[in-house]
Design a protein around this ligand. Sequence first.
Ligand code: COA
Length: 249
Amino acid sequence: MEIVTLAKRPELAEATFAIPYPANTPRFMAGNLAGLLVRCRRVFRLWPHLVVALLDDDGRPVARGVMVAYLADRDDRPAFPDLGWDQVAAWAAEDALDGLTPDTACALEIAVHPDRQGRGDSRRVLEAMREAVGAARLDALVCPVRPPDKAAVPTMPMREYVERRRPDGLPEDRWLRTHVRAGGRIEHVADCSMTIQAPLDRWRRWTGLPFDSDGPVVVEGGLAPALTSTAHNLAVYVEPNVWVSHEPA
Ligand SMILES: CC(C)(COP(=O)(O)OP(=O)(O)OC[C@H]1O[C@@H](n2cnc3c(N)ncnc32)[C@H](O)[C@@H]1OP(=O)(O)O)[C@@H](O)C(=O)NCCC(=O)NCCS
């Protein structure tokens, strides 16, 4: 198996971005507006050296790691912003528009083909991401990690969840655990990392739920409940993530 960046193998861009997410990924995640700023074609055009693809023995992409770059050493930008994923998507787009030279890479997504999960591929992708960041001479690699197993306990605060450990001392969450095993450092909870707001009809279409009462609603696949106001005809899902930092290789 081989790992490449799309700067080296641009002809693999389409197949790399076509690696699907698992079928149970919540539909409402597609309603995140900041994601429009970092659509795959734009990321490929701006930061092809920061998109890595793991190839199988036939040379087909089976896992991807997608990063963007921005200037962390600017204005009052905190190293690990509370607005997490959305904040970094906006900073990366803003800096690209302003023509600034970045100093930091942020992982936006790692996806392993559903047929190949559980074989340790994500670890190899993380290593390749650290190498790509080192090769780009960026100072830091940060990741607003979405711990997938948190979906089983959506009403538990992320600050409590992130402390859960197995008897061997590693995080209970499989994805946080993989980051820590790969040398990542858990830094901080991003309480408001990804926001999805929409009128109630759209939430009903996304989830099949009635959305007919006020207050928190547990939505399948969500890491936190959506918050609903029937009087205002809206619900907001604010997803907490966990900032993890890695050393560039
Ligand atoms: C999260 C993800 C990247 C992990 O990749 P992976 O290559 O399958 O992970 P690994 O094989 O390295 O396994 C890591 C750990 O998770 C466990 N694991 C893997 N699949 C699992 C599953 N379906 N259920 C529970 N645990 C699982 C493994 O047993 C391993 O545990 P260990 O630490 O005890 O050895 C992958 O599942 C994925 O692409 N998910 C969808 C996209 C996503 O959620 N990305 C992360 C947010 S951007």
